[in-house]
Each structure stands twice: as structure tokens, then as C-alpha cells.
Design a protein around this ligand. Sequence first.
Ligand SMILES: C[S@@+](CC[C@H](N)C(=O)[O-])C[C@H]1O[C@@H](n2cnc3c(N)ncnc32)[C@H](O)[C@@H]1O
Length: 247
Amino acid sequence: MATRDATGGFDPSGIDEEAWKDLKLQLEATIPNYDKVNKLMTFGQDKRWRRNVRNHATEGMNVLEVGCGPGSFSEDLVGLEVTCLDPSALMLKFAKERVDKARKSRGESPANYVEAIAENIPLPDDTFDMVFCLFSFRDFKDKKQGLTEIFRVLKPGGQLVICDAGKANWLHGFFGAIWMATIVQWMARFVTKDKNHPWKGLARTYTHYGSNGYYRKMMREVGYNDVQGRLLLPFGMASRFRGRKPQ
Ligand SMILES: C[S@@+](CC[C@H](N)C(=O)[O-])C[C@H]1O[C@@H](n2cnc3c(N)ncnc32)[C@H](O)[C@@H]1O
């Protein structure tokens, strides 16, 4: 494979270590404004997308969220055994406060928290009925390795559901990159009141992210069955991928 030097450490298959370390700091810097900026830049659609993904689980399932961030998705997983995984201790601290508070209010036991990357999950084989990945897949250092590790910890017949930035093809990606580089930057500046806000760097993960077809192929190569990956309508700003570990 060619080096990623020309693109500052990014390509659709992954991110170099140095660029990823910078990205992790930028992601941590988003925490105070994360939900507000997400809501604005997606016209409130992020809530619908999270519900769409959440509805794949049925009561009593043992589920894992990879790249849980500050807990925006996991807090609303009801009636499930939940494990939140993230490489950032700071993200996990915020997630734990938020997710366990919501679980306690519903009379549920606390979730489990694991500080790790998707590419090296310190959990046993065949553990989870479902794995969710929301807006974290594009941050994986090595996407194929992350998909392989998720495959390993899924039970036979278990399902992976990914929701991330929409990129149907290069043309759609071209307009998406313009959106990320302009409107999203203005919105982030408006919310944070800081011209050096962390969304500046985050636009790069979209620019170098692959198309739906690219990741569908990767999922099949790892061994997932029933692979699907398509834009979520009506705006096509996000894509949802699904795949199952064979029985
Ligand atoms: C944008 S946040 C997503 C938060 C949350 N999932 C949501 O629904 O909003 C991306 C998260 O992915 C995490 N992340 C980055 N690289 C990762 C990797 N290689 N494996 C797992 N998580 C990763 C980051 O630390 C960050 O917390």
C-alpha cells in the first residue's frame, strides 16, 4: 500500500498513528459542545439516525458500542446489557456519568466500560448479540482490523450496525466535503465562539473517508454475511452499514 504522507496520514483504509493521536485530542476537545454541534450540522437528524440504529436491538440483548464518545447513543439503550468501549479515558469518564445516570433512572444496573481501540478489543470471542458503531468507524486507525475484531467478539448470528458520514460515491463525497469545510465550520464557530474550534481537524476524517461500496467490500472480505450499506434518507448525510457473523 502507498504511504499516507501526501494526505497527512489519512486514507480510506485508516489513519497513521501520529495523525490519529492529534485526532483523539480534537475529539476530546469537542466534548462540551458535541451534542449541540451535531444537532445543528445534521438539522436534528442525528437523533433519528440514533433511533434507527438502536431499533436493531431487542430486549435482553448483550450489546457493545465501539467508540461510545461521551455516551450520546448508549444512554438511550433501554433493557439491554451494555458495554461502552472507547480509547479515550476522558470520553469514558463523561460516558459513565451520563449513561449510568440514565440507567439508574430506569432501574437498570450500570453499563460496563472498556478503555481500548476497536483494533484490539480486550474481550472474549463470541460475546455480543449486537455491536454498534456511531460516528467512530471513520476514526479507526485500521478499519479492516477493527471490523475483524468486532467480528471476533460478535456471537455467531450476531449483527454489526455502523452509522457514519454519508458518502455514496465520489460526487456525493465532493459535495459532502464542501459542506464539512464550510457550513459545518461556521456552525462550530458559532456554537464554540472559538475560531480554532476542534471541528476544523475533524473535516479531514470525512475528506479521506471511503465510499459505501468500499466499506461493503471490506466487510465481506472480513467474513460478514448479509452486508448492506446505504445512505439514510431523506438528506443522505449519513450512511448505515449492516452485516452478520455467520451462524
Ligand atoms: C465522534 S465520537 C462518537 C461518539 C458516539 N458514538 C456518538 O454516537 O455520538 C467518536 C469516538 O470514536 C472514538 N475512537 C477514535 N478512534 C477509535 C478507535 N480506533 N476505536 C474505537 N473508538 C475510536 C473517539 O475516541 C471518540 O470518542
